[in-house]
Design a protein around this ligand. Sequence first.
Ligand SMILES: [Zn+2]
Length: 56
Amino acid sequence: MIYLCEDCHYLFRSSEPAERCPDCGKIHIRPANEKEQKEFWSYQKEFHPELLAANH
Ligand SMILES: [Zn+2]
């Protein structure tokens, strides 16, 4: 599941329900919508291709 922090707009992936943002530590997070999930994956492909390989 992909989440978005509404405070710092950090997008992150978590296999368990997340309660706080791993970046700023605030609890204003919500599941990312479809557009934001696409942003997350395009960011991963561009900057962290090794993480994608490890997660599959
Ligand atoms: Zn945050």
